[in-house]
Each structure stands twice: as structure tokens, then as C-alpha cells.
Write a protein that binds this ligand. Structure first.
Ligand code: ADP
Ligand code: MG
Ligand code: MG
Ligand code: MG
Ligand code: MG
Ligand code: MG
Length: 687
């Protein structure tokens, strides 16, 4: 999660002085963006590099068999890094993974040490890399600890759910009814984010999920599921209560304590990064639904399968005016100045993207039909500095948010040419489905985009499948010059649908009828001419006729004569590239898993988990996931992740190799590097 600065983080205050500091950071953030943009805008011909990020929960099994979050990721990270350093100094072994802290004091994020490359054989490195990371973390754990790959810890916020035990909720940072502040990562950034979101809003975050109503679910106030909670008004004067059907959560930890799966790709240049950002945006809801793995929150089954809205609500810093209240900004008790935020903002800073940014002829203005609130001053500056309109709007939209963490020593940067810290401050706390990442000042890396919607899976095999497929989809988009555009409002509607229980089978999603696949391979000039001609033809079609509703299975595998489906395009791409047979075989295994999930031949992790709970002997049909059910679930999942057991109900005939076994790839490990490259442009077929 973002980068870790050091210094004294400032507490949010509604005072003229503090608001002035925020304005200063915003203003200089824009300048810093302009400085770096000017430097890197013409950077060309970067190669494809890409990498994943995965998060895990560390837990402890207590003598009575119950499971609790183990708040010592900090020690584990230090241990893993020390081991790496020792291997390097003693044996000269270059580390194979990088370990990162995350929001929760029990969480570990792991990435490959360096990004993967642009050869088809690189796809075969993913699963071994994931396996390696899991093995390393597991071997660093204490005997009674385990590594859990669930998205949401099932007992988060239920009773005494952490070790050390006896921690009390209601601390001064989150003021939660349920979560102790000690579970927040001790780096000051994380507590500051938590506190400042609450202070900016004027009250703590308010997360509601619909309760899953099972046969015997009770809404009586004395039942676990029927409990309601007091919500204070802004001025602290009045109180309302949550509804019994709401699964109510009130702290950032419920959201940022979820484990996600993110993948970052380096683009050839600025233009390609903008194309990828846009085109992948349409796939975010699809891959969210297809990777669904979060049916349990706070000890109950919920009536949704994915985490996204929980995180969105858990960091929603909008004030009443931002949320649309008609009144003028209120002044909170103890504040000297009215709350920040003078405009309505339609989404949380963690949400689906709001606008497309490419300058391709296929991007019709009608597609950008989202509510695009912008920082007007930033927009004016960007436009006056020559930034084109789509990009200026994107950046000005990022800057509609306030900085959440400001370090008092670091406000005055020596020179905006030498720092991007204020820009990154805003950028790294706009947690959208896609992130467009400009190169840093060190200019080591190129233009990148990050695909952020997917849910963490239970096994390395599944994670590798989702990662590999999305990488190949980026190649297919660029190689065949696909246009997936539908209006932003339809992407939003798809996001909403992706939250429905069993969305993968029961929902349809707005998707383009015609992907404008180039009729044949041609050089870049011909491709441009084709694109122009297509765009002109397209401009005559009403936008509403360009898309229709499709199932995820159709989107992946095709529909009728017109719509090829993404996976057949992947196969065609690999064939044209003359990818080695073993990589093709592996990709087929991965595609088969995702296809099986899209048709219901195999369940999503979420459906499987809901079933596990409902079939558990202790389950009473009342939506409650008891301590016993949760610990059995966690232990079962861990054994599955480590290859100690197999579960056909989740994975069919796909096997998970035991963690102890060195071989961890489905096909032979790669031996060479000089295989077919994965080009990203419409290119002449290889000779
Ligand atoms: P975040 O800011 O989202 O935490 P990071 O910069 O930490 O992202 O890296 C995310 C992923 O990007 C990692 O898997 C890393 O290996 C990969 N990565 C690093 N450099 C590049 C690059 N130049 N191009 C693409 N991916 C890269
Ligand atoms: Mg990261
Ligand atoms: Mg992370
Ligand atoms: Mg990072
Ligand atoms: Mg990331
Ligand atoms: Mg095009």
C-alpha cells in the first residue's frame, strides 16, 4: 500500500492553518506532476515488464483450536529480510521476493524481487514465484502460526480476535466498536490515514453490507445477526441505529485488512499506457466477479461475494457536503473552520475509475459520461501547461481529494523538480480499480498501469491463473488493437452487478458487441488507417447500439459469429507468436480454470466457501459463522494452499503440489530466456 515516508504525521484539523497546508501540498503536487511529465512524456520503446502483488494474513492457532490474527508481521518481515541478506552475503544468492508491510499489523505483502519480462516463457515463472513466496513466509512462522489466503479474515471484529489477546476496541485512532487500534501497522502512516479519514468526515466510517438471509436467520435484537448499533450524527447531538439486516462495520481495518491481488504492467510509452488504462477498466468488474472470494465478514455470511465496497466505505473521507448535503459546510465541535470540501463528489477515493484517458479515435466523448468532479484550479494549471484535455481531467480529478497524511518536516520540498512526493501523496491514496503510474524521477521505470480489482485466491495455482490471464489480455488488447469501450456509467453498473451474490453466473454485464478486431495483421500505418476508418464508421452508430448484456462465459469464450471472446484471442495470439508448447499448455490449464468458473462447472472461491459454511455440522442455518466454523475453514484453506489436501469441490482435477516439494510448476520449469517475445503492437507475423 503506497510508499512509506518518515517524519511526524500531522493530525487533521479544521483550522485555516491546516487547510492552507493541504492547499500547498495539492498545488505543489500538481507542479510536481507537470515537472515529471515534461521529463518523461516522450520516453519510448520500453519493454514489457510486469509483476504481481499479493497479500496474506498471519494467524495463530490457540491451544483450544481457535484461530486469531497474529499481530507480528513486523517481526516476520524483519526475519525474511535478514534471511535474504544472509543468503546474499554467504552464497551470493540474489533475493527472489520482496516483502512489504501492509495496513494490518498481521499482514504481509509479497512481490517478486524484480518484475517478470516480456517473453512467453516468463509466464511460467509466476506460479513458482508465488510458491516460493508462500514457502518462505510459512517457514518463517512459529509452529502454532499459519498463513491464511482468505480475502477477509472471517472473525475480524468478533470478540477477542487477535494475539496478543485482551486488546480493547475503542482506541483513539479508529474509535471502533469492534477493532482495537493495535491491529493497525505501527508505521505512523497507517494510524494517521485512519484517524484523518475519520476527522475529515467528522465521524467514523460507516460500512454496511447486506446480511445473507438463510432459513433460520434471526433479526431479533438478542441474536448475533439482529444486533443494531448506534451511529452518531455529525454534531454528536443525535443518534440513529443501524438496521438489523445491515452487517455494520466502523473502521478502516475492515476494508484495508482485506487481501487483494494486483498486477502492474509497463507500457511501451505514454500512449500505450493510456490505452491499457482505458481498455482494462472495462474488465475490472468482470474480473472482480470472476475472482469473487469474500462471502464472510465479521462472523456472518453476507449477501455479496466480493470485498470491493467494504474497502470503498472503509476509507470514505467525504464530508456531508461532498456527499451531497445541500447545506453549507458544517463546523464540527471544537473546530475553528468549517469542514473542507465544497463540492459534491460521487465516489469514495477507493472506487471504480471515473474517466477514460486515451486520445485514440475509438474513444467517443459519449463514453466519458461519469460524474467527473475536478479540482478546477488544478485543471486550469494543467491545461495552461499544455497537458491534453483527457489527461488534464484525469489528474484534476485525482486532485479533488485532500492529502490524508502530511509529514510536518516534508511540506516544503526544496524543489518540485526534484521530488514527486506531493504528487504521490494524492496519487497513492486514490485507490481506484485501475491506476495510471507515471515514471518516477529516477526514470528507472517507464509508464505503467496497475490492474487492481481482483480478489486473492486460496492457492498459488489460482492466483497464477488470474495473473497470467490478465497479462495475456493486455497483449491481446494491444496486438489486435481491441476496443472494449462502453460508457463509464455502464462500467459503474457492471461494478454494482459484480457485487451481487454469485454474480459470475447470475448477472449479465454490459460489453461491446464488436471488439473491432483488425481483420488481418498489418503494419502500424495500415493499422492507424484502419482504426480511423473504424472510428468514422463507429461515430455513426448510436452508442447504445454498441454494447449489450453478456454473461462472463460469453465474454471469455465468445458469442455467435461476431464476438470472438477474449480467450480464443489469447490462443490465437500465442499461436501467432509461436509460443513454446509448454507455455501454451500451461495457459490452457489456466484458461480452463477461469472458463469452468464462468460456466459454473467449478465454483468461485466465494461460492465454495459459502457452501463450506452451510454444510458445516456446527452451522445452524442462521448466517452465523461461529468460532468453530471459522477455525475449521481457516485450517482447511491453509492445508489446501499448502498442498496438504486436495479439494475437488473447489478445483476439480487440478492438483496443488505439497509445499515441501520443490517442483511447483504444472509444466516443466523454463530453461532458456531466448523464447518468443510478447510484442504489444500490431506487428507483422514472425517469419
Ligand atoms: P504499488 O505502488 O502498487 O505497491 P510497486 O511499485 O510496489 O506497486 O510494484 C508493483 C509490482 O510492479 C511488483 O510486482 C513489481 O515487481 C512490479 N514492477 C516493478 N517495476 C516494474 C516495471 N518497471 N514495470 C512493471 N512492473 C514493475
Ligand atoms: Mg505494493
Ligand atoms: Mg498491498
Ligand atoms: Mg510500492
Ligand atoms: Mg499495488
Ligand atoms: Mg485503436
Amino acid at each position: 500500500m503506497g510508499f512509506l515516508e518518515s517524519g511526524s504525521p500531522m493530525r487533521w484539523e479544521d483550522t485555516p492553518e491546516y487547510h492552507k497546508i493541504l492547499d500547498y501540498v495539492i498545488k505543489h503536487g500538481v507542479t510536481q506532476f507537470l515537472e515529471v511529465y515534461e521529463k518523461v512524456k516522450d520516453r519510448k520503446n520500453d519493454v514489457l515488464l510486469w509483476g504481481d502483488e499479493l497479500e496474506f494474513h498471519v494467524y495463530k492457532t490457540m491451544p483450544d483450536g481457535s484461530v486469531k490474527l497474529s499481530l507480528r508481521a513486523h517481526d516476520l518481515l524483519a526475519k525474511l529480510e535478514a534471511e535474504d541478506a544472509e543468503l546474499l552475503s554467504k552464497e551470493g544468492t540474489i533475493p527472489q521476493a520482496t516483502w512489504h508491510p501492509e495496513y494490518g499489523a498481521w499482514m504481509i505483502e509479497a512481490t517478486p524481487y524484480g518484475p517478470y519480462g516480456g517473453f512467453s516463457e516468463d509466464l511460467r515463472d509466476v506460479e513458482p514465484s508465488l510458491r516460493y513466496r508462500r514457502r518462505r513466509i510459512v517457514s518463517a512462522l512459529d509452529k502454532d502460526e499459519g498463513l491464511c489466503s482468505l480475502v477477509a479474515w472471517p472473525l475480524m471484529g468478533v470478540g477477542d480476535f487477535c494475539v496478543p489477546s485482551g486488546l480493547k476496541p475503542g482506541g483513539s485512532v479508529a474509535e471502533s466498536y469492534f477493532l482495537p487500534d493495535e491491529l493497525i501497522n505501527p508505521h505512523p502512516r497507517f494510524a494517521t490515514l485512519t484517524r484523518n479519514i475519520r476527522l475529515r468526515r467528522g465521524k467514523k466510517v460507516d460500512i454496511r453490507l447486506p446480511l445473507f438471509m438463510d432459513e433460520k436467520t434471526s433479526l431479533e435484537p438478542e441474536s448475533v445477526t439482529g444486533k443494531t448499533f448506534a451511529i452518531k450524527s455529525q454534531d454528536n447531538l443525535t443518534e440513529t441505529r443501524t438496521r438489523p439486516k445491515d452487517v455494520y462495520m466502523d473502521a478502516m481495518g475492515f476494508g484495508m485488512g482485506c487481501c487483494c491481488l494486483q498486477v502492474t504492467f509497463q507500457a511501451r510509452d505514454l500512449r500505450e499506457s493510456r490505452i491499457l488504462y482505458d481498455q482494462l477498466a472495462m474488465l475490472c468488474p468482470i474480473f472482480l466477479a470472476l475472482s469473487a472470494a469474500a462471502p464472510v465478514f465479521k462472523g456472518v455470511l453476507v449477501d455479496t461475494d466480493v470485498r470491493w465496497q467494504v474497502i470503498a466505505q472503509s476509507v470514505d473521507c467525504r464530508t456531508p457536503v461532498n456527499l451531497g448535503a445541500a447545506e453549507k459546510p458544517s463546523t464540527l465541535p471544537g473546530a475553528t473552520t468549517p469542514q473542507r470540501g465544497t463540492q459534491r463528489i460521487s465516489k469514495s477515493r477507493y472506487d471504480s475509475i471515473d474517466c477514460f484517458i486515451s486520445t485514440e479515435p475509438s474513444l467517443r466523448p459519449e463514453y466519458n459520461d461519469g460524474a467527473m468532479e475536478m479540482n478546477q484550479e488544478a485543471l486550469d494549471t494543467l491545461l495552461a501547461s499544455g497537458i491534453d484535455e483527457p489527461l488534464a481531467r484525469h489528474v484534476a480529478h485525482l486532485f479533488v481529494r485532500d492529502p490524508l497524511v502530511v509529514f510536518s518536516e516534508r511540506i516544503e520540498q526544496v524543489d518540485d523538480k526534484l521530488s514527486t512526493e506531493h504528487f504521490e501523496n494524492i496519487q497513492s491514496t486514490n485507490w481506484n480499480t485501475m491506476r495510471w503510474k507515471p515514471p518516477g524521477l529516477d526514470v528507472k521505470t517507464g509508464w505503467r498501469v496497475e490492474f487492481r480489482p481482483m480478489e486473492k485466491q486460496l492457492t498459488d495455482f489460482e492466483d497464477a491463473a488470474y495473473i497470467t490471464i490478465i497479462v495475456l489480455i493486455t497483449r491481446v488488447i494491444l496486438f489486435f488493437d481491441l476496443t472494449l469501450y462502453v460508457p463509464i456509467s455502464k462500467v459503474d453498473e457492471n461494478m454494482r452487478r459484480a457485487h451481487a451474490r454469485n454474480a459470475v453466473l447470475e448477472q449479465k454485464f454490459y460489453f461491446r458487441k464488436d471488439l473491432l478486431v483488425l481483420s488481418e495483421q498489418c503494419d502500424e500505418d495500415q493499422a492507424q488507417a484502419q482504426a480511423q476508418a473504424q472510428a468514422q464508421a463507429q461515430a455513426k452508430t448510436p452508442v447504445e447500439e454498441e454494447y449489450h448484456e453478456m454473461t462472463i462465459a460469453e465474454i471469455l469464450t465468445g458469442k455467435g459469429e461476431e464476438f470472438p471472446g477474449l480467450f480464443p484471442l489469447i490462443s490465437a495470439y500465442l499461436e501467432i507468436m509461436q509460443a513454446d508448447p509448454e507455455t501454451v499448455e500451461l495457459v490452457n490449464v489456466y484458461m480452463d480454470l477461469l472458463i469452468a468458473r464462468s460456466t459454473g462447472d467449478l465454483p468461485t472461491t466465494a461460492s465454495w466457501m459459502r457452501d463450506f459454511v452451510q454444510k458445516h455440522p456446527d452451522y445452524k442455518g442462521d448466517s452465523v459463522v461461529s468460532e468453530k466454523i471459522a477455525s475449521d475453514l481457516v485450517h482447511h484453506c491453509e492445508k489446501l494452499s499448502n498442498g496438504e489436501i486436495q479439494d475437488e469441490a473447489l478445483l476439480g482435477s487440478n492438483k496443488i503440489f505439497p509445499l515441501s516439494v520443490d517442483r511447483c510448476s504444472r509444466v516443466n520449469p523454463r530453461t532458456t530466456k531466448n523464447d518468443s517475445a510478447m510484442p504489444s503492437i500490431p506487428a507483422t507475423p514472425p517469419q
